[in-house]
Write a new protein. Structure first.
Length: 255
């Protein structure tokens, strides 16, 4: 089994990353711990990521770019841990969760080291399929389905999480989100009329458990689920090809 990488941007975050390390030791998960900054030591981050890890747990505070930078360079699941600085860590949480479609980082709540370690251990199991929990007519759900079809992934719709699958649950912030034992990627939903700055506080409130992608980002929920399924490299080539196509579309703007 490949190692897990724990990488954090500053020694000031040691209370968080040491707790993750302690939790993984209890789970008997082999890991490597490194302190390296996306802004101050980008070459070291690049060098570290040349190794092939099963899962990366990346954390930072303030702008919290490290998890996103890591996610852009690997096709393994990336768990992003926002560390509290200003705004009760809201800026870090949004920086991690609100990644562009196609390049996901799975955010946990602010300083939630235990949730990061718990979900990392779950990701090291082999899953064969995905369960979608949400309205089939919703745009974010449709985009998730379209993305899963690109990878020829087996998926089903259900009304509750399944312990044998990776679960994607689409939820509104006005609904109670109960903590569950299954591996769940939450995709928060916002209606256009509710898409205001104040709504970010609901994100902060609800993300005290589970893994979260950005608002209405069904694409990232789906891609992250495929990265989890890729534990044995089954989707390696497809994920590499998918990333290349994303890059080509960006560069076409220069023509």
């Amino acid at each position: 089994m490949k190692k897990v990488l724990i990488i954090f941007g500053s020694k000031s975050d040691e209370k968080v990353y040491n707790k993750i390390a302690d939790s993984l030791r209890k789970e008997k998960v082999d890991f490597e711990l490194r302190v390296s900054s996306a802004h101050k030591t980008p070459e070291d981050v690049e060098k570290t990521l040349q190794n092939d890890y099963a899962v990366v747990i990346a954390g930072a505070g303030l702008a919290a770019h490290l998890p996103g930078v890591v996610a852009a360079k690997v096709i393994r699941p990336v768990i992003g841990v926002p560390c509290e600085g200003n705004y009760q860590g809201l800026d870090a949480l949004l920086a991690i969760a609100q990644m562009p479609p196609g390049v996901p980082a799975l955010a946990v709540g602010v300083n939630k080291a235990d949730i990061a370690a718990e979900n990392c251990a779950k990701m090291l199991k082999k899953y064969e399929s995905i369960t979608l929990i949400g309205d089939k007519e919703n745009e974010a759900v449709r985009k998730a389905v379209e993305t899963l079809k690109k990878f020829n992934v087996t998926y089903v719709f259900g009304d509750k999480p399944n312990t044998k699958t990776v679960n994607i649950e689409f939820t509104y912030f006005d609904e109670p989100v109960e903590k569950k034992d299954e591996l769940i990627i939450y995709c928060p939903m916002l209606l256009k009329e509710d898409d205001k700055a104040e709504s970010a506080l609901n994100f902060l409130k609800h993300s005290n458990h589970g893994l979260w992608v950005g608002v209405n980002n069904g694409v990232n929920a789906a891609v992250a689920a495929v990265e989890i399924l890729n534990i044995d490299n089954e989707y390696e080539e497809s994920l590499i090809s998918y990333r290349r196509e994303l890059g080509k579309k960006v560069l076409e703007a220069n023509k």
